[in-house]
Write a new protein. Structure first.
Length: 97
């Protein structure tokens, strides 16, 4: 079975990275509107890859930011689906032990 301490830390990490990801999309939108230095697209995609895909997707929808860029429009949802699939496979494996 899964270690409760590990699960607790993982949930804290996922909550934090998704909040950071969401806020970064909002900050980048603000900077775009005010012609200021922007957050690199690689950072925004990277946040999704390291666990912030829900925050990235919500940031795209709520801030209406990066929704027309194909790598974001299709990439972020694809990352989210892949992460959900990995989580399901991991969960099934730990439950069968």
């Amino acid at each position: 079975m899964s270690n409760p301490f590990f699960l607790h830390i993982a949930l804290i990490y996922l909550a934090a990275i998704n909040v950071v990801s969401f806020l970064m999309y909002g900050i980048d939108k603000f900077k775009a509107q005010h012609a200021r230095w922007r957050i690199p697209e690689s950072v925004l995609i990277g946040l999704a890859i390291i666990g912030g895909s829900i925050g990235a997707w919500l940031g795209m929808m709520i801030w209406r930011h990066k929704t027309q860029h194909k790598k974001f429009k299709y990439g972020v949802p694809l990352i989210l689906v892949a992460q959900i699939a990995i989580l399901i496979l991991w969960w099934r494996k730990t439950m069968s032990l």
